[in-house]
Design a protein. Structure first.
Length: 341
């Protein structure tokens, strides 16, 4: 028989918004279990840009993405959330009146009264450049995210792309790389204008190179890059390279959740703005996975959505219990829950 786990709330996705939902739900005495397809909590903050600075978290002029996750994990520790990683949710049965049963791809089974989908853009994979043999270099010389900047110190780094990730990491890695080349197929970028200006200033000062062209081939042995070939308007150009960062975007997949009967809009889940409930009662969606008029894909917006969702979830789990709104600054009972009494 498959293992069965009971919880008040099943949260699908353990990124920053899913983690903060644990805090808001915990204040209301709701037990949470989080399921994520990745091998650890943190979502895209941990998987794609752990050292990237974030500037729009209230009270933090700047905070690293992984530091934000670490602080959220500290914040929810009093509520003892449970995590199941490297599992994809698959089958859903039941409903808000009888309770939901959710099964994963490995046969794990959850019995829950409320489901919260906080899966960011869904399960995501970086888009691999269509270069023969690139898999042999992945993880040693070719990387699709920066988990540790030291991996790139004193290396010949080539970054390919024209979006925010490509330009942000160009500026972050240029000071520690032996050499750095940014390659893009056109001399226009999707990144923030001030970031592009800083990149162009580094090129003008001779501190890095910019190549107008496309990645064509890799050169190296046993997974160790020596150079890349760029296809430019003047032909092919060989560029020394020991570390390659291709930022070609992500392939987002909603996965089996798309078959759950939820109202969808271009692979996003439609919700109301009172409770952030989906078209299926008892199933909520918060963070980048949802859509509604005026939606902003910001972490802080997801935090707000988590707070309102939690009030509605409490009414489902404990319909006969009176809910009195309390402030964490002044409530003795909340202080006791948080361990600060």
């Amino acid at each position: 028989m498959s293992q069965r786990i009971e919880t008040d709330v099943l949260i699908i996705g353990a990124g920053p918004v899913g983690l903060f939902a644990v805090f808001e739900l915990g204040l209301l005495d709701l037990k949470c279990h989080l399921v994520d397809i990745l091998d650890r909590p943190g979502g895209q903050c941990t998987e794609l840009y752990p050292e990237k600075p974030i500037y729009d978290i209230p009270a933090y002029p700047v905070i690293g993405a992984q530091e934000l996750i670490d602080r959220l994990m500290d914040q929810i520790r009093p509520f003892d959330p449970q995590f199941t990683c490297e599992q994809m949710v698959a089958e859903l049965t039941g409903g808000v009146d009888t309770g939901f049963t959710v099964r994963t791809n490995d046969g794990l089974e959850f019995a829950t009264k409320v489901i919260v989908i906080a899966a960011g853009g869904g399960s995501f994979l970086p888009k691999r450049p269509p270069i023969p043999g690139i898999q042999a270099y992945e993880g040693t010389s070719v990387f699709y995210s920066v988990r540790e900047m030291e991996v790139f110190r004193d290396q010949d780094v080539v970054i390919v792309g024209g979006g925010d990730s490509a330009l942000d990491w160009t500026l972050s890695l240029q000071p520690i790389a032996r050499s750095l080349t940014l390659a893009h197929r056109r001399d226009a970028f999707r990144a923030a204008p001030h970031t592009v200006e800083r990149m162009r200033a580094l090129v003008a000062d001779g501190k890095m190179d910019f190549k107008l062209g496309q990645l064509a081939a890799l050169e190296g042995t046993e997974g160790v890059l020596e150079a890349v070939t760029l296809r430019t308007a003047d032909g092919e150009e060989r560029v020394p390279c020991t570390r390659l960062l291709p930022f070609f975007g992500l392939t987002m997949k909603l996965g089996p959740i798309a078959e759950w009967g939820l109202n969808l809009d271009e692979n996003l889940i439609e919700v109301d703005t009172e409770k952030f409930q989906t078209s299926v009662p008892g199933i909520f969606a918060i963070g980048d996975i949802n859509t509604y008029p005026g939606k902003l894909k910001l972490i802080l917006s997801g935090f707000h959505e988590a707070a309102l969702m939690s009030q509605a979830a409490k009414r489902i789990v404990s319909p006969d219990e009176h809910i009195s709104f309390q402030y964490t600054t002044s409530s003795p009972s909340l202080h006791k829950k948080l361990g600060v009494a």
